[in-house]
Write a protein that binds this ligand. Structure first.
Ligand code: SAH
Length: 267
């Protein structure tokens, strides 16, 4: 993530900041304007831990508030919202960030990587239009939270992570939380997961400099892919790609976003 402006600034940014990036001009409706504004919060995460003092019971109400905010930003898909209402995001962040787990911001997970902002997780899940039983590839397992959301919806999730340590941790975490329909592999997502292809949907949660051809190939006709593309050290466009039954692609910019870069070379 680039930059770590103060929380005060971020709060204000949600309300008054102008949409940024080339994709912003597309958001003429109120909903899209709200989406673009919310994306600015991607820049925000604090680095000072606050301890793990909160009682476990507190997380339930914090989680409900987090989802209420996501609804206020315009996400409507009931399966996505139900999944996020039930998944303990605090289990996906390092202990020192647990008290912040339900704020609408990304948080560090080690190795310079982040768990994505909840609103962005919800938005990407919604626009993928996932349904129970779909086979989904995720590039960028990170904490495993996005994979958990897809799995809770009922998808069969295959997720790849380039850092072995993060892949191992996510695998262990998902297993211990009872997720059976997620398979984690340490690999470079530029190449997808050929043995498991084709996929009904592909979600890339790291910023790519280009759309990897292997991912297009591994997308089923009739399938959808969402991927942040653009400058890997600045704002990217979240791109939604539809592959029709004839294999033709339709590409749309849906939101300016700022993700950590998609890396090359196993770590
Ligand atoms: N989806 C994650 C957050 C993603 S952050 C979550 O829910 O927590 C992006 C992740 O992509 C990081 O963990 C990073 O290590 C990983 N990554 C970066 N380049 C990659 C690549 N080429 N292949 C697979 N994973 C990659």
């Amino acid at each position: 993530m680039q930059g770590t402006p103060s929380r005060t600034h971020n709060r204000r940014a949600k309300v008054v900041a102008k949409p940024r990036g080339r994709g912003s001009g597309r958001g003429r409706s109120g909903r899209y304007r709200a989406l673009a504004l919310a994306s600015v919060v991607l820049y925000s995460y604090g680095l000072a831990g606050q301890g793990v003092g909160s009682a476990f019971a507190q997380y339930g109400s914090q989680r409900a508030e987090m989802v209420d905010l996501i609804v206020a930003y315009g996400v409507q898909d009931s399966a996505t919202l139900a999944a996020m209402r039930s998944i303990p995001r605090h289990e996906f962040v390092p202990a020192q960030y647990r008290t912040r787990a339900y704020r609408d911001s990304p948080l560090p997970i080690g190795y310079g990587q982040t768990i994505s902002q909840p609103y962005i997780v919800a938005f990407m899940t919604e626009i993928l239009q996932t349904k129970p039983g779909m086979k989904v590839l995720e590039v960028g397992t990170g904490s495993g939270y996005q994979a958990a959301v897809l799995a809770r919806i009922g998808c069969e999730v295959y997720t790849v992570e380039i850092f072995e340590a993060l892949a191992d941790r996510a695998r262990w975490r998902l297993r211990s939380l009872g997720f059976r329909n997620v398979t984690v592999r340490r690999a470079d997502g530029h190449f997808g997961w050929e043995e498991e292809a084709p996929f009904d949907a592909i979600i890339v949660t790291a910023a790519a400099g280009y759309i990897p051809p292997a991912l297009i190939e591994q997308l089923k006709p009739g399938g959808r892919m969402v991927i942040p593309v653009g400058s890997v050290y600045g704002v990217q466009n979240l791109i939604l790609i539809d592959k029709d039954e004839a294999g033709e692609l339709r590409t749309r910019n849906v939101l300016p976003v700022a993700f950590v870069p998609m890396l090359k070379g196993l770590r």
